[in-house]
Design a protein around this ligand. Structure first.
Ligand SMILES: Nc1ncnc2c1ncn2[C@@H]1O[C@H](COP(=O)(O)OP(=O)(O)O)[C@@H](O)[C@H]1O
Ligand SMILES: [Mg+2]
Length: 141
């Protein structure tokens, strides 16, 4: 395969569709024959970042650049931004409302799980402007 560039829009507050893009990319990677561990790690990180866009940031855009060596995904939103990224990266820390928690989200494990399941994670965030998270998964057999 050569390089593959994919772009998706994540709808705001659409919980019925939350996780849809992650599912599509997971299926694509599987079909392309990437190792199961690479597919799984990408899917975990993508799901968490996609859910965060829905519950914290009014949706956004996801782009995926896939080569045989590396999977890079960028999540860009124009949500409220993250005031304290060190705090947000802590396990169990969440600003999710009671309603969100009742739906099964908001355990505060998303960002730490993205960190754990990727080889590279960069968060650029500005309060009142938005958040862009870049992740990379290096392909190893
Ligand atoms: N895209 C985002 N935009 C704004 N805030 C975010 C975003 N992603 C995460 N956050 C903030 O970081 C916190 C921790 O995120 P996370 O670890 O995924 O936990 P959870 O989503 O369960 O609250 C969130 O509660 C929220 O305050
Ligand atoms: Mg989360």
């Amino acid at each position: 395969m050569g390089a593959l560039h994919l772009e998706y829009t994540v709808a705001p507050d659409d919980f019925s569709r939350a996780g849809e893009v992650s599912g599509i990319v997971k299926r694509t990677l599987k079909d392309l024959g990437f190792p199961p561990a690479v597919v799984r790690r990408t899917a975990i990180a993508m799901y968490e970042a996609e859910i965060n866009m829905v519950i914290h940031a009014n949706g956004g855009k996801i782009t995926a650049d896939i080569t045989p060596e590396e999977i890079m995904i960028v999540f860009a939103d124009q949500g409220p931004g993250i005031p304290d990224i060190d705090l947000a990266m802590q396990e169990g820390w969440s600003t999710a409302s009671e309603d969100i928690r009742d739906m099964g989200f908001g355990a505060g494990m998303g960002l730490p799980n993205i960190q754990k399941s990727t080889d590279y994670m960069d968060v650029q965030t500005t309060v009142g402007v938005g958040t862009t998270i870049t992740i990379k998964i290096f392909v190893t057999q």
